[in-house]
Structure formats: structure tokens, C-alpha cells
Design a protein around this ligand. Structure first.
Ligand code: PBG
Length: 320
């Protein structure tokens, strides 16, 4: 069966298409494009540049852009209140994208880390411990402001307990009945997020701090199923596992157990590793990236958040 291309194609079980891809982008207050040093090929974008990327995504058939905000460092506060400002960077970015490309899916991140002086995803007490319930109130405000700006999908990435239920209830009460929620359900306290924290500017704020009291312990997997179950019961439409390749067992178990729309995030560190090896001539970037994306599909993911999204869509087009 493996002898010819036709019979290999005939028995192929899984296929990756542009429909499976979500492209994460960083939107900053500055002008133009500013490269992220640890993520070659990824830039922080002004809203004007974001619109060009939106057009490319539509043209390539990538269904959704996922927006992360990069505020001015001077605008950060302990409570991260610019996260829900009506004229905040993400709120303006969502409005600009939806006005220009109504048919493009726009997803946005809910967490406070780019906006807080301490770089944690929520509010903290004097000892630095994250305050779950107070944080949920802030996340609800952030979520409503994104929904009001026109976000199609909210994606709370903070890992507070009970936030999906609170956000869903607030959306219903405000009449946002079409807003979808993709929950970062099984989000691990991972060292693979390093380049992302540089990109949004939370690395310096976080310093030697860590997120062990709310993100999951990489040693656990039954706990991931518990987290997914809670988020679905609270009203999540989609669940996510993060990071990606080192956590394929979690993707597989989540899909097998729940059979619900399941997503995986190939995070910044995974992207950086492939890029760095490719730049050294040690790996074939395109082949390794496409093999990784296919592996997510094989494990059961319905879609993948990846910084390779536009490249992968182009490569898929070339191969056809
Ligand atoms: C923050 C957030 C992180 C990522 C997405 N949202 C980093 C973190 O939790 O510290 C990581 C994404 C990536 O590494 O590509 N709420």
C-alpha cells in the first residue's frame, strides 16, 4: 500500500486543511511592524498592518485571527484596567477588522498579563497570590468589552476557576447570544511560553514570577479532563489544550472522552524551536511544521492555533 503515491493517498486517515488553522497575532500601539526577536517571521502589528494580515488570511482561507494586545508599558497598572477600556488596543483592533472584513472570524484573548505591572493573568494580593474571584470580575469586564467591539470568539486564557460560567452568564445577560467561547481548559504552566511573553511585553513585568498557582502542573493528565469537564458544563463551545506537541496525549484523551470541538495551541516556544533549527540548516522548516500540524489532527484536534498558519495555508495551496 505504501509503494505508490496513489495508494498512500487512498489509505490516508487524516488531512490538514486551511480550515483547521487559527492565526495568533500581536497588535501594538506603535507604528508599522516590529519584529519579535525570538519568533522569526512574527511581528507586532499596528492596526493598519493587522488589516493587511486580515486580508491575507481571508485570501488563504484561514478562518480566524486571534488577537493579543501589546499596550504601552507606561499604561500598565496593578489591576490591568486598560484591558477593558473601550478604546483599548484590542477593542479598536476588533472593530477595525470586523468593519473591513465582516466575514473573517475574530477571536480575542481574555487575561490581564499584557496589561498588569506584575505580568500575572489576574489580580494579586500582597504576597503575589492570584485572587480568583476578583480576577473573574475583571475578566467579565474585559470579555464584555471585546464582545461589544464585535469579537466572534472569546478565549479566556487565565485558568481561573469558574470564569467560563461567569463570562457566559454576562454575555447572555447583555444579549451577546452569538459570541462563542473557546476555553483554554487544559493550560499548563509551561516554559514553552517564553517567546510569547517577550512578544506581549509581560516577561519583564513577570520577572522571576511564575504561574504555578493557577496553570496546570505538567505532571498531570487526569486533572486536564476534570478542567475540560468543568468548562464544558459552564458553557464553553470549544475547549483547548496548550502547549501542543509535548501534550498530544492530553489532546487525544480530551477528544476521546468528550467528543466536543477540541483545539490545540502550538505555542511560541514550539514555533521558535522549529525556526531556530531551520535557520541553522538542521531541520527542514516546511516539512517539520507540516508534520507537526498533521500530528495534531491525528491526535484528534479539530483545529490548531499556530504561528505557521499563513505559511501552512500557502504550503497547502502549493501542494494541491
Ligand atoms: C497569557 C497567555 C500566554 C499565552 C497565551 N496567552 C502566556 C502565559 O500564560 O504566560 C502563550 C502563547 C504562546 O506561548 O504562544 N494569558
Amino acid at each position: 500500500m505504501r509503494h505508490d503515491e496513489f495508494s498512500r493517498r487512498l489509505m490516508r486517515e487524516h488531512v490538514l486543511t486551511a480550515n483547521d488553522l487559527i492565526y495568533p497575532v500581536f497588535v501594538h500601539e506603535g507604528q508599522g511592524r516590529v519584529p519579535v526577536a525570538s519568533m522569526p517571521g512574527v511581528d507586532r502589528l499596528s492596526i493598519e498592518e493587522l488589516l493587511k494580515v486580515g486580508e491575507q488570511a481571508l485570501e488563504l482561507g484561514v478562518p480566524v485571527l486571534d488577537l493579543f494586545g501589546v499596550p504601552e508599558a507606561s499604561a500598565k497598572t496593578a489591576d490591568g484596567r486598560i484591558a477593558w477600556a473601550e478604546d483599548g488596543i484590542i477593542q479598536r483592533a476588533i472593530r477595525a477588522l470586523k468593519a473591513r472584513f465582516p466575514e473573517l472570524g475574530v477571536m480575542s484573548d481574555q487575561a490581564l498579563d499584557p496589561y498588569t505591572t506584575h505580568g500575572q493573568d489576574g489580580l494579586i494580593d500582597e504576597s503575589g497570590y492570584i485572587l480568583n474571584d476578583e480576577t473573574i470580575e475583571a475578566l467579565v469586564k474585559q470579555s464584555l468589552s471585546h464582545a461589544a467591539a464585535g469579537a466572534d470568539i472569546l478565549s479566556p486564557s487565565d485558568m481561573m476557576d469558574g470564569r467560563i460560567g461567569a463570562i457566559r452568564a454576562a454575555l447572555e445577560a447583555a444579549g451577546f447570544i452569538h459570541t462563542r467561547i473557546m476555553a483554554y481548559s487544559a493550560k499548563y504552566a509551561s516554559a514553552f511560553y517564553g517567546p510569547f511573553r517577550s512578544a506581549v511585553g509581560s516577561a519583564a513585568s513577570l520577572g522571576k514570577g511564575n504561574k504555578y498557582s493557577y496553570q496546570m502542573d505538567p505532571a498531570n493528565s487526569d486533572e486536564a479532563l476534570h478542567e475540560v469537564g468543568l468548562d464544558l458544563a459552564e458553557g464553553a463551545d470549544m475547549v483547548m489544550v496548550k502547549p501542543g506537541l509535548p501534550y498530544l496525549d492530553i489532546v487525544y484523551r480530551v477528544k476521546q472522552q468528550f467528543r466536543r470541538p477540541t483545539y490545540v495551541y502550538q505555542v511560541s516556544g514550539e514555533y521558535a524551536m522549529i525556526k531556530a533549527a531551520a535557520q541553522n540548516g538542521w531541520l527542514d522548516e516546511r516539512a517539520v511544521a507540516m508534520e507537526s500540524l498533521l500530528a495534531f489532527k491525528r491526535a484528534g484536534a479539530d483545529g490548531i492555533l499556530t504561528y505557521f498558519a499563513l505559511d501552512a495555508a500557502r504550503w497547502l495551496r502549493e501542494t494541491r
